[in-house]
Design a protein around this ligand. Structure first.
Ligand code: ADP
Length: 363
């Protein structure tokens, strides 16, 4: 087990494309850290840099107390699991699991021991004599995990390992990986574009965009206080609602956000005359049933679409140029074309500068 330390890591590809820019962060010993972001944001590049499959253009990477920046992958004491299982088709599960260890010169007894332990942890015990083609997708991915496990590496690197699985299997495997991490307590870096995977698996999450680290924190800290519009819009499904407008002064130190054909009263404290984006998560908007608690903010919107997904419903509505999605109970839904009044607690509003897109501190 070991901590991983990245200092100002930069990767420029030979065609001049900057894959990763100025990545500096630490992964604690035994931590499960998730790198998340949209396709092409540089998460695989970052993982491959840690693995040694790409060489950093500048900056340094430490694993434990060793500077591994220029070490070959095999000398870094890491094990990688990819989206494609890449199992040897003509070898049994047992042989697939043990092959890498044999190549490295481990004794037969040691190989058998480690294979048995990995098979037990991954519930592959009854499948050791099968060929990969006799396994389901989920079982194959478990063998791929097992092949990393038997190495006893200091760090596990997982690149979208569940992408090939269907939704149900994905969530089952996600739980297995979380359990595995808890029992092994080995440092893991996990790459995914899937925000649900990131939120549920990561002890901390690194959100990347265009090769640049946007925010690093626990999932809930990021969800509650996204540092900019990109992060605010990326985490959360349905995504955070964004109301664009200009702040105007209102009586009693309050302010009002005026957008195209829409207005929202907001707490004072930010300079007026400023173009901002006010963010509200769909679950923080509540339909008004009678009186609203004092201090809550109201917004009337026109309902144009409702999606019901069994345990909940998403009400799509608009006011002026603002689009709104409200997470709601699936019962007693309003008719399409009706106007409903929503309320939100002032401390559930997020403010961002319209130009820089950075979060604004507000009183
Ligand atoms: P992600 O894993 O987040 O989808 P990648 O790390 O694979 O993204 O890629 C980041 C960016 O670098 C992308 O724009 C991609 O096209 C580019 N890229 C990746 N590999 C190479 C390469 N070998 N040469 C040039 N550009 C590359």
């Amino acid at each position: 087990m070991a901590a991983v330390k990245l200092k100002a890591v930069r990767k420029v590809y030979s065609n001049g494309h900057v894959g990763v820019e100025g990545a500096s962060f630490d992964i604690a010993d035994g931590e499960l850290l998730v790198l998340v972001g949209p396709s092409g944001c540089g998460k695989s590049t970052l993982l491959r840099l840690i693995a040694g499959l790409e060489e950093a253009t500048s900056g340094s990477i430490h694993i434990g107390d060793r500077d591994v920046t220029y070490l070959e992958p095999r000398d870094r004491d890491i094990a990688m699991v990819f989206q494609s299982y890449a199992l040897y088709p003509h070898m049994t599960v047992r042989e697939n699991l043990g092959f890498g260890l044999k190549l490295r010169g481990h004794s037969e007894a040691e190989v058998a021991d480690r294979v048995r332990d990995a098979a037990e942890r991954l519930e592959l015990g009854s499948m050791l004599d099968r060929l990969p083609k006799q396994l389901s997708g989920g079982q194959r991915q478990r063998v791929a995990l097992g092949r990393a496990l038997v190495r006893h590496p200091q760090v596990f690197l997982l690149d979208e390992p569940l992408s090939n699985l269907d939704a149900k299997l994905r969530s089952a495997m996600r739980t297995e990986i979380a359990r595995l991490h808890r029992s092994l307590k080995t440092t893991m870096v996990y790459v995914t574009h899937d925000q649900v995977e990131a939120m549920t698996l990561g002890q901390r999450i690194v959100v990347l965009d265009r090769g640049i680290v946007q925010q690093i924190d626990t999932p809930m800290a990021i969800y509650e206080r996204p540092v900019n519009l990109f992060v605010a819009g990326f985490l959360g499904n349905p995504a955070m609602n964004f109301f664009r407008g200009v702040l105007h002064a209102a009586p009693m130190g309050q302010a009002i956000l005026k957008g195209e054909g829409a207005e929202l009263p907001v707490p004072g404290g930010l300079p007026t005359g400023r173009a901002v984006v006010v963010g509200v998560r769909p679950e923080d908007l509540h339909r008004v049933d009678g009186a609203t608690p004092p201090g809550n903010i109201r917004l009337s919107v026109l309902v144009d679409l409702i999606e019901t997904v069994g345990n909940e419903a998403f009400i799509h509505a608009s006011v002026g140029a603002w689009r709104v999605i409200v997470r709601s109970s699936p019962y007693h839904l309003p008719p399409l074309g009706s106007t409903i009044t929503l309320q939100v607690a002032p401390d559930r509003l997020h403010f961002f500068d319209a130009q820089s897109e950075e979060r604004l501190a507000h009183s």
